[in-house]
Design a protein. Structure first.
Length: 187
């Protein structure tokens, strides 16, 4: 149980800001079907490697949906953000790195890895995955997010990343695990 969380309750969405729930009806091979879906924003995620520390820079934060599952709600994730403004994907990724992790990364230093769909059972939004290398000269702040995001910056040594992938006691995303596997395939 997460001692920092109090008065947690669920209620129906009235005027959603980021997701819209819908009831989809369709016909597949002549059979009428239906499914509950969530329309959500696409997102960007960035695997950040700190060259001097030989470590990945990750973020730890509270996720209400994870709290429903494990009564802790804390996850360790890649730096990421939703695509909800009129900027290029790279500009959004650059902004998220600075806001969440405190590093200024030039857009041209971002390497696109791939894209994939997340939460395909109910949402199916697309996530675009990038890679960035940082060093202490690029540090411009402490990170932590904006607008009361309450993000903790985590420095995970590369030597510990494989064990981290398989540690089921840590809530993490498949995108993070994929990004680590991509890294290890290259190095």
């Amino acid at each position: 149980m997460n001692p920092h969380i109090k008065h947690f309750k669920l209620q129906p969405l009235v005027e959603p800001n980021f997701v819209v729930t819908s009831f989809a009806t369709y016909e597949q091979d002549g059979i009428k079907k239906s499914w509950e879906v969530v329309q959500a924003h696409d997102s960007v995620a960035i695997l950040i490697y700190h060259k001097e520390k030989r470590a990945f820079i990750l973020v730890k934060q509270f996720r209400p949906a994870v709290y429903l599952n494990n009564q802790d709600g804390m996850t360790i994730e890649l730096c990421a953000g939703i695509v909800d403004k009129a900027l290029s994907l790279e500009e959004i990724a650059r902004e998220e790195i600075e806001e969440e992790c405190g590093f200024a990364v030039p857009i041209e230093a971002l390497e696109r890895i791939t894209s994939f769909h997340t939460s395909v059972g109910f949402a199916g939004s697309k996530q675009i995955l990038y890679f960035a290398e940082v060093d202490e000269s690029m540090k411009v702040g402490e990170g932590g997010g904006v607008d009361h995001e309450d993000i903790e910056v985590v420095c995970l040594p590369v030597k510990d990343a494989k064990a981290f992938i398989y540690d089921e006691s840590i809530a993490k995303t498949p995108g993070l695990m994929f990004a680590f596997m991509w890294w290890f395939e290259r190095h």
